[in-house]
Design a protein around this ligand. Structure first.
Ligand SMILES: C[S@@+](CC[C@H](N)C(=O)[O-])C[C@H]1O[C@@H](n2cnc3c(N)ncnc32)[C@H](O)[C@@H]1O
Length: 283
C-alpha cells in the first residue's frame, strides 16, 4: 500500500485491501482505522480527503492486521456499548450490541431505579453490563466477577474512566463460589457457544476472542448449570436475575433454571427479534 499520499488515497487503498480480504464492511473499517491511526475524528476523513498524510506506516500496519481478520476493536482498543465508551483488549470479549438487550431487560424489571440496589455481574469482561446498569441506577452498587485477572484490570479502568469506580468493585472468582448474597439484581452473559462450534465461527471470534469467553462446554450450557443453584442461593427473595444466552438456547436455559426453583418471568428479544435473555425471580 506504499505511496499513498492523501487521506482520500489512504482510504481508497485501505478499503480495497480489506475488501480483497473479504471484510464485509471494508470501507467503514478502513475509515475508522485511518481516523484512529491519524488521531483524528472519522468525520474528518470524509470532509478533507485532499489532506496529505505524512506517514501512513501505522495505518498500513493496522490495515494488514484487520485484513488478517483481527477485530476492529482490538486495533482501536475501543467499543461503544450503551452509548458509553469502553476499553477492549484481546483479554476481553468485544461487547456485542445484542447484550444491550440484557441491560434493557434488567432496567425494565427494576421497580425503583433510585433504590440502593446491590448488583452482581458474573463473567464481567470489560464490565460493560455492570457499568451500563450503574450509569442508569444512581444509587446502586455493583460487583463484577471474572475468572481472568487481566480482564478485571480492563473492567477497573473502564469503571474509572466512566466515573463509576466508587460504586463498582471487580473481583476474581469462579462464578459464584465463596460469594454470599443477597443481591437485588444478578446479571450474566456467560460463555455459551458449544465447544465444537467455536472453530466454525467467523475468524474475528474464533481466532481472536478469548476462548474462556466463548466456550460453553459440549452443549453450550455448562455455565448455566453452574450458575443456577448459586443464583437461587444469593438472589434476594424480591430480586431479579437476567441471563443472556445464545440463539435457540432459551427453552433449555429456562428448564435448567426452573429445576433450581428459579421462576422464569419471560424472555427479552434482541433487535433482530431473537430471544436473547431470560428474566428470573424466586417468586
Ligand atoms: C461471554 S463473556 C461476557 C463478557 C461481558 N460480560 C460482556 O457481556 O461483554 C463471558 C465472560 O465470563 C468469564 N468467565 C469464564 N469462565 C468463568 C468462570 N468460571 N467464572 C467467572 N467468569 C468466567 C470470561 O472470562 C468472560 O469475560
Amino acid at each position: 500500500m506504499s505511496g499513498v499520499g492523501s487521506i482520500g488515497a489512504c482510504l481508497e487503498e485501505g478499503a480495497r485491501c480489506l475488501a480483497a480480504a473479504g471484510i464485509p464492511d471494508a470501507r467503514r473499517d478502513a475509515r475508522l482505522i485511518l481516523a484512529h491511526a491519524l488521531g483524528i475524528e472519522p468525520v474528518t476523513i470524509l470532509g478533507y480527503p485532499e489532506r496529505p498524510v505524512e506517514d501512513a506506516s501505522r495505518y498500513e500496519g493496522l490495515i494488514a492486521r484487520r485484513a488478517a481478520r483481527e477485530p476492529l476493536s482490538h486495533l482501536t482498543g475501543r467499543r461503544e456499548f450503551w452509548s458509553l465508551d469502553f476499553e477492549v483488549t484481546p483479554a476481553t470479549l468485544d461487547p456485542r450490541a445484542d447484550s444491550e438487550t440484557l441491560v434493557e431487560a434488567a432496567l425494565a424489571a427494576i421497580q425503583d431505579s433510585d433504590a440502593p440496589l446491590s448488583i452482581v455481574d458474573f463473567g464481567t469482561g470489560t464490565g460493560c453490563l455492570l457499568l451500563a446498569l450503574l450509569s442508569e441506577l444512581p444509587n446502586a452498587k455493583g460487583l463484577g466477577i471474572d475468572i481472568a485477572e487481566e480482564t478485571l484490570a480492563v473492567a477497573r479502568r473502564n469503571a474509572a474512566r466512566l466515573g463509576l469506580a466508587e460504586r463498582a468493585l471487580f473481583a476474581i472468582g469462579d462464578w459464584c463460589d465463596s460469594l454470599a448474597g443477597p443481591f437485588d439484581l444478578i446479571v450474566s452473559n456467560p460463555p455459551y457457544i458449544p465447544a465444537g462450534e467455536i472453530a466454525g465461527l467467523q475468524p474475528e471470534v474464533a481466532k481472536f476472542e478469548p476462548r474462556r469467553a466463548l466456550d460453553g462446554g459440549a452443549d453450550g450450557l455448562d455455565a448455566y448449570r453452574r450458575l443456577g443453584p448459586d443464583i437461587y442461593r444469593i438472589l434476594d427473595p424480591g430480586g431479579v436475575a437476567v441471563l443472556e444466552f445464545g440463539l435457540g438456547q432459551g427453552p433449555a436455559v429456562a428448564r435448567l433454571m426452573s429445576a433450581e426453583r428459579l421462576i422464569p418471568q419471560g424472555f427479552s428479544t434482541d433487535i433482530a427479534g431473537h430471544e436473547r435473555c431470560l428474566i428470573l425471580a424466586k417468586r
